[in-house]
Design a binder for this molecule. Sequence first.
Ligand code: ADP
Length: 206
Amino acid sequence: MRLILLGPPGAGKGTQAQRLIHDYGIVQLSTGDMLRAAVADGTPVGLKAKDIMASGGLVPDDVVIGIISDRLDQPDAARGFILDGFPRTVPQAEALDQLLDSKKLNLDAAIELRVDERALLQRVETRVAEMKARGEQVRSDDTPEVLSKRLTSYRTLTEPLIRYYSERGKLLTVDGMMAVEDVTRDIRHVLRRSGVPASKFGVRRW
Ligand code: ADP
């Protein structure tokens, strides 16, 4: 199964991706995580991305498209994947379509996690508090000021993807304001209802 998760920062994409990869035996490809790893390792991509990420802007399309293109070629992505944080712009979505076409692969669905924007700041504050409690390093972009910039980027550059995938018959929308388990249950439900047979998903049941 090949899925995209769409939604603003704090919508729960990473949380849901983690739950779905267990169910479906596929991998999570998070460009945010990959870029943070590149920053931590001080790679050329990391050096380019560091300040842009810290300020809440978007890393240039060619950089993230290159990262995803390489990652899709890794053997563990062959059974399927969930893209979390990519595509984030229409040019990225077009590049993904071309990449998948060239590999003769099909996208099953883009799942939109719809959330009330007023809840996002609270969610990010909770994430920060939880990371601190676990003694983890807090993300430099998880501050109220940077969150508001990330939301602006989302509205102007990423939200058009909802229409992009809707026009291509790929969009499935789920209410992201419910409890974590309920959101996962609804995602499974809309996937089943979307008509892709479960066997095609390679579902692992436990
Ligand atoms: P969130 O969705 O919670 O804002 P992510 O972890 O997905 O956070 O991304 C963090 C930052 O990494 C983004 O604000 C952006 O600077 C950069 N980034 C991640 N994915 C992309 C992408 N597809 N295109 C451009 N920049 C990206």
